[in-house]
Design a protein around this ligand. Structure first.
Ligand SMILES: *Cc1c(COP(=O)(O)O)cnc(C)c1O
Length: 403
């Protein structure tokens, strides 16, 4: 498109980019006159593009905004990853994480099945996403959080006004309790491996393939905790294989935090089922979203990796911090620590010769870093200059670059 600017007030045109018109008004860029056609308007967007492969019809409300996230070629990360990097930016979902793909199917499905109250066991993205989707359908929502939850997380969940119950005692045991409650009471407690959620997650895989077509990706890297997202991505792969749409699956690279990595341990041992890690074995990590020591979909995640000739790796907090910085500084993406593990994990793989330079590698940052406030994780360097001295300061900063 050739660039042409005009002034809304006096109509003067300019063919170079400048901010203001000679008359003083701000200019804007005029696009060439064209004919608009709205032929695509009946194709639903986001995950509902695959409506015929989902267990419900397209619902109303915020659920319509899930999915349809961009896949961005990001050469700045190639050297760390050892191949050609593409970022599937899941932070662009309505509550900032891939969990919305699952909530947008699971919550309307539960409502249609007649459950009055929606519940979940989570103090992170699952809670935020579930509460938002219940609010959108005007359903009551109960969120069970651990007693010691941080105030920032509480605030993020509370904005949708669910009932928040702090649970004292063993939080891990709540998973089983919640399923039992769901059977006895008119509440649908939607945990990480609810089948309706998993079916929503598979749309992430469909979107990746659609963006690549007619090419296909070689490696897809995801963080794994409960194993729900990995299960959904594998379900998507299986559906494409059964439909004859792909011959060779992408190699799944699941990444865990070294503080809680039962899936990595089972992968290395060659076992089919992860052994739950005891509280003494489980460490602290900055990757809060992936600290599950007893993953309910762990066996399925392992099967996914073995079926796709993939791998599971663990990374330390220091590697996560470094990867998070690279995502921002070399990619422009603000990702949460759990999501930065994808780059750290692939980088480990590259060190072992597990990726080739021509491989296309999809990193899936599962959640936005914008929810992590006041963590003190970023070094902030600034300088203060008086307005009157600004031009001198910039001159000394920039003029050497001209030479
Ligand atoms: C929930 C979550 C994960 C882990 O997904 P699982 O389905 O538990 O394996 C990873 N990243 C983010 C940002 C999450 O919110």
């Amino acid at each position: 498109m050739s660039v042409s600017l005009s002034c809304h007030r006096c109509g003067t045109r300019y063919d170079e980019v400048r901010v203001r018109c000679a008359c003083g008004e701000p200019l804007w860029i005029d696009a060439e006159p064209t004919t608009f056609t709205w032929d695509d308007r009946r194709i639903p967007s986001g995950i509902w593009r695959y409506e015929d492969r989902l267990p419900i019809d397209r619902p109303e409300g915020v659920a319509r905004a899930a999915g349809g996230t961009p896949l961005v070629r990001t050469p700045g990360l190639d050297d760390v990853a050892g191949g050609r990097v593409f970022v599937k930016d899941e932070s662009e979902n309505p509550t900032g994480s891939y969990k919305d793909r699952g909530s947008s199917v699971a919550i309307p499905h539960a409502v249609a099945a007649g459950d009055d109250v929606i519940g979940t066991v989570s103090y992170g993205n699952m809670a935020i996403s579930t509460a938002a989707h219940a609010a959108s359908l005007d359903r009551e929502c109960i969120v069970f959080v651990p007693e010691g939850i941080s105030p920032v997380r509480l605030e993020l969940i509370a904005q949708y006004e669910p009932t928040i119950i702090r649970v004292r005692g063993e939080y891990g045991a709540l998973y089983e309790d919640a399923l039992e409650l769901s059977e006895r009471l008119p509440i649908s407690v939607l945990v990480s491996d609810a089948p309706t959620r998993i079916s929503g997650y598979k749309t992430a895989l469909f979107e990746i393939y659609e963006s690549f077509a007619p090419e296909t990706p070689d490696v897809i890297a995801l963080p794994a905790s409960s194993g729900g997202f990995a299960s959904g991505v594998w379900l998507g792969i299986r559906e494409l294989e059964r439909a004859g749409a792909i011959d060779e699956p992408p190699r799944l690279c699941l990444v865990q935090t070294a503080a809680a990595d039962p899936i990595t341990r089972a992968f290395e041992d060659g076992s089919a089922d992860p052994t739950p890690m005891s509280p003494e074995e489980t460490g602290e990590t900055i990757a809060h979203s992936i600290g599950n020591p007893d993953p309910p979909s762990g066996a399925r995640a392992l099967a996914a990796v073995r079926d796709t000739d993939g791998v599971v790796v663990s990374v330390t907090d220091d590697e996560i911090r470094a990867a998070r910085r690279r995502f921002a500084v070399d990619g422009g993406f603000c990702v949460e620590p759990a999501s930065a593990t994808t780059l750290a994990g692939v980088s480990r793989l590259a060190d072992r010769g597990g990726v080739a330079a021509e491989d296309s590698i999809v990193l899936v940052p599962t959640g936005t870093g914008f929810k992590e406030l006041g963590t003190g994780e970023t070094d902030v360097t600034t300088e203060t200059v008086h307005g009157a001295d600004l031009s001198d300061r910039l001159e000394s900063m920039l003029s050497p670059r001209r030479e």
